[in-house]
Design a protein. Structure first.
Length: 257
């Protein structure tokens, strides 16, 4: 994927993106790189399993639930670039569908550890690095940051928590010229989503084509949002074009009705 406009909106900026090996995280890295940013891709997967690493970017394997891992990656950025301008807390997990009466608390804790604690660690350490000169922090929320979904209590609760974290951090960090926002993707046909649909189909649910058509039919644009849509929205929030925006969740959902 490339920056279709050709605008180098973040030329020379230094970025840190978690969950960057593939999917939305990798699309965000590609968009930021095409717009002129350099930085670090961070993911639990080994480098050999990551997508293309753009010029000017390096790769750090670690887990977002370990403050030492995240801190080491950001310290490396400081050593090589001397500052941090953009941080994207993208790493997340979606647990299997499960009725509320059947909640698995180990699964619940794992979901909150990655989706909420991981975002909190990323925001905390990025903010410490940004305080001298300001910056933009973007967390990956969801449409489920403000609405419920059946059989996804753990995921929905975690994404509500991410939005609360973003709103509070924006109030704390605005005095340092650090903006904190969230993206709220609707359904995105990533490999992970398609895999979950296949699992549900095996249990008697709709086929992948049927499910994706239903998702598209519930939007104003008649299609689901794409990884590219989310990546460009992230670029916008990271750039000077969004200099007056903080504490917000920006939906990227093709107008889900």
């Amino acid at each position: 994927m490339s920056n279709q406009s050709g605008n180098r909106l973040v030329d020379g900026k230094v970025a840190f993106v978690t969950g960057a090996a593939n999917g939305l995280g990798h699309a965000i890295v590609s968009e930021l790189a095409a717009a002129g940013a350099v930085g670090t891709m961070f993911d639990i997967l080994p480098r050999s399993e990551a997508g293309n690493i753009p010029k000017g970017w390096n790769y750090h394997q670690g887990t977002v639930t370990d403050e030492n891992d995240v801190g080491a990656a950001i310290a490396g950025l400081h050593e090589s670039h001397g500052l941090l301008d953009i941080a994207v807390a993208n790493a997340g997990v979606v647990p299997p569908w499960r009725a509320t009466r059947e909640l698995d608390l180990d699964e619940w804790r794992r979901t909150f550890a990655v989706n909420v604690e991981g975002a909190a660690i990323t925001i905390k350490l990025a903010a410490q690095e940004m305080i001298p000169s300001g910056g933009s922090i973007i967390a990956l929320g969801s449409l489920n940051s403000w609405q419920g979904h059946p059989q996804q209590a753990a995921y929905v609760a975690s994404k509500h928590a991410v939005l609360g974290l973003v709103r509070s951090a924006a109030l704390d960090l605005g005095q340092h010229n650090i903006r904190v926002n969230a993206l709220g993707p609707g359904p995105i046909a990533t490999d992970a989503l398609v895999g979950r649909v296949k699992d549900r189909h095996a249990q008697g649910g709709a086929t992948v084509d049927e499910a994706l058509q239903a998702m598209a039919g519930a939007t104003a644009l008649g299609r689901t949002a794409t990884e590219a849509d989310v990546a460009r929205a992230c670029l916008f929030l990271a750039s000077v074009l969004a200099s007056g925006i903080t504490g917000q969740l920006v939906p990227v959902d093709a107008g889900k009705m």
